[in-house]
Design a protein around this ligand. Structure first.
Ligand code: ADP
Ligand code: TPW
Ligand code: MG
Length: 582
């Protein structure tokens, strides 16, 4: 017996008149997800998955509908990061799938576990390219952008298909998985009991991977020989949830540490061993660097060049992916395994009389931190009108200190770079940002999922351009009445609001927006609270009110349009024309 995807299968699934109970593709997918502890779906409805969303909701799942699949995908990706379970994004075929694919690729790049589930056209039509409604060979398109891609053609394979997707997303280096579900699959019917038996509960989806004892010994040897050691914590370390052991490792070893952006708060940023405010010195002068869940990619200048000084360095690297070793520079002591096991093995190997690094080194870092913090302090208290980044972020810094369990979402160029260095974090996994790609558009998707998955208040600090990529999702935030406070740093454009068209022609410059836009009114349009803030005091009051009330709020913070610099702190990456002057 077969049905079309638009039939409502409700009557069928529990058909009392049949000789035996039946189930179908819709219910098997839902049951397979629930069996594996997955209870939330982020998506956008439409053919052929509209009924799937309805039925999932009817079966008690949380189904969060977005205005655009990319933001549903970003929500799923960060849900994966926050929970260690793959976040699910559900889309329609071809264009919906492609919209979600950007987020899937971003999840894979950032090592977040996520599954993109898209409805698709039947293979018979796709493979002959006969022009179906929203036809595309989605499985082939997805492959280069994710860790694994699977298609399920028969209802009895749904259990194993979902299990493979979960296993692939979570085990080893986490990442994005694509699951292709052709329209006809949803309506396929089978015996309910056989269906139940076909489901697979994934046992131990991310098995521990113990490091080899000789690799641990080698790492400890290199560390013992260091005179100016440094630990770099990455978002892999935050993801791994080995918070206490990582703190113990830092404190027992007495080694200064540098948190990558999303690892901020793994240890509180005001910890005496934090080298956060002495980053340049720490990278340049260190002689041994232990990377924990961080890659030597562009964010660390590939481990070479001016940033790293002239002294030769030895690297110890802890990572679950063996191929990460030697990807940019030679690794003296590769430690392959899961971070919890590796860190615990290192702790075990540090005997009682482990010597702290020379005071000369830790003292130099401490001194630099204190000098830089003192230098920054007055800038954070300035009362310039319009506000500059420092004044506005000085206000937000205090709020985050007072509300350490709030989640900070952050994107933009100057808005990102300044916020990252100014706003201290105090708890793990509280800072969510543009990640490995420096991608704009994660803002509202991350904010929605952070609120849904954690129940904590969310503060999204957004450049006005960055906000625009996902701005329509404030309707989603209002619809689900989420405790999200969005602060738009409105400097009238990308980097600055002051550029002029070099030709003198009628169009405005490529980086400027409508002057003095009122983003706060967008929020009001959907029933949320909109606030227009021009001073640090107004900003402080409005954010505190939003965080206390939990009401969806958008604060348009007016920022000096002259205050920013091109590309924030990575202007050096812009290629320059050799023949024309800007
Ligand atoms: P950051 O951007 O913060 O520097 P990256 O995303 O570059 O961090 O690096 C994260 C690294 O962490 C990846 O190489 C990934 O393989 C690794 N990783 C993720 N989870 C674990 C884990 N549980 N154990 C070990 N390594 C992990
Ligand atoms: C998907 C390029 C990097 S930062 C940025 C863009 C467009 C916006 C900066 O302006 P904003 O911040 O947000 O107003 P501020 O404070 O400096 O004024 N498309 C994607 N990703 C990236 N990174 C870009 C474009 C970019
Ligand atoms: Mg801007």
């Amino acid at each position: 017996m077969s049905t079309t995807a638009t039939d409502t299968p409700k009557q069928k699934s529990h058909d009392k008149s049949a000789t035996h109970a039946l189930t179908d593709g819709f219910h098997l997918i839902i049951d397979a997800l629930k069996l594996n502890g997955i209870n939330t779906i982020y998506g956008v409805p439409g053919i052929p998955i509209t009924d799937f969303g309805r039925l999932a909701q009817a079966e008690g799942m949380r189904v969060i509908s977005f205005r655009h699949e990319q933001h549903a995908g970003n929500a799923a990706a960060i849900a994966g990061y926050l929970t260690q379970k793959p976040g699910i994004c559900l889309t329609v075929s071809a264009p919906g799938f492609l919209n979600g694919l950007t987020a899937l690729a971003n999840a894979t790049t950032n090592c977040f576990p996520m599954i993109l589930i898209s409805g698709s056209s039947e293979r018979e039509i796709v493979d002959l390219q006969q022009g179906d409604y929203e036809e595309m060979d989605q499985l082939a398109v997805s492959r280069p952008h994710c860790k694994a891609a699977f298609r399920v053609l028969h209802a009895q394979d749904i259990g194993i298909g979902v299990a493979r997707a979960i296993r692939a997303a979570c085990s080893g280096r986490p990442g994005g998985v694509y699951l292709d579900l052709p329209a006809k699959l949803f309506g396929q019917v089978m015996d309910a009991e056989a269906g139940r038996r076909s489901l697979v509960k994934v046992v131990d989806p991310a098995p521990r991977q113990l490091p080899a004892p000789d690799a641990v010994a080698r790492a400890l040897d290199v560390l013992r020989g260091a005179r100016r050691p440094l630990i770099i914590l990455g978002k892999g370390a935050a993801y791994a949830r080995a918070d206490e052991d990582i703190r113990a490792l830092v404190e027992k070893s007495g080694i200064p540490y540098l948190p990558m952006s999303m690892a901020k708060g793994l240890l509180p940023d005001d910890h005496p061993l934090s080298a956060g405010a002495a980053r340049s010195l720490a990278l340049k002068e260190s002689d041994v660097v232990m990377m924990i869940g961080a890659r030597l990619n562009w964010l660390l200048s590939h481990g070479r060049g001016k940033t790293w000084g002239t002294e030769p360095k030895k690297f110890i690297q802890i990572d679950i992916d063996p191929e990460e070793m030697d990807s940019n520079v030679g690794i003296a002591a590769p430690l392959v395994g899961d971070i919890a096991s590796c860190v615990s093995a290192l702790l075990d190997g540090m005997d009682g009389n482990w010597a702290a690094p020379p005071a000369e080194w830790t003292g130099a870092i401490r001194e630099k931190v204190e000098t830089n913090v003192a230098k920054m302090a007055p800038k954070l208290r300035n009362n310039n009108i319009p506000m500059d980044f420092h004044a506005a972020l000085g206000a937000l810094r205090t709020i985050v200190k007072e509300r350490p369990d709030a989640i900070l979402v952050n994107e933009g160029a100057n808005t990102l770079d300044f916020a990252r260095s100014i706003i201290d974090m105090y708890q793990p996994r509280k800072r969510l940002d543009v990640g490995t790609w420096g991608v704009m558009g994660i803002g509202m998707g991350f904010a929605v999922a952070a609120a849904i998955e954690t129940g904590k208040p969310v503060l999204a600090v957004e450049g006005d351009s960055a906000f625009g990529f996902s701005g329509m999702e404030i309707e989603t935030i209002c619809r689900y009445n989420l405790p999200v406070c969005v602060v738009v740093f409105n400097n009238n454009g990308i980097y600055r609001g002051t550029d002029v068209n070099p030709s003198g022609g009628r169009d405005v410059a490529t980086t400027v927006f409508v002057k003095d836009s009122r983003y706060d009114k967008m929020m009001e349009a959907f029933g949320g609270v909109g606030v227009y803030a021009t001073t640090p005091d107004e900003l402080t009051r409005a954010v505190n009110e939003a965080m206390d009330s939990g009401k969806p709020t958008l604060i348009n913070a007016v920022i000096d349009e002259n205050a920013g610099t091109e590309s924030g702190r990575i202007g050096n990456l812009n290629p320059q024309s050799a023949v024309s002057k800007k």
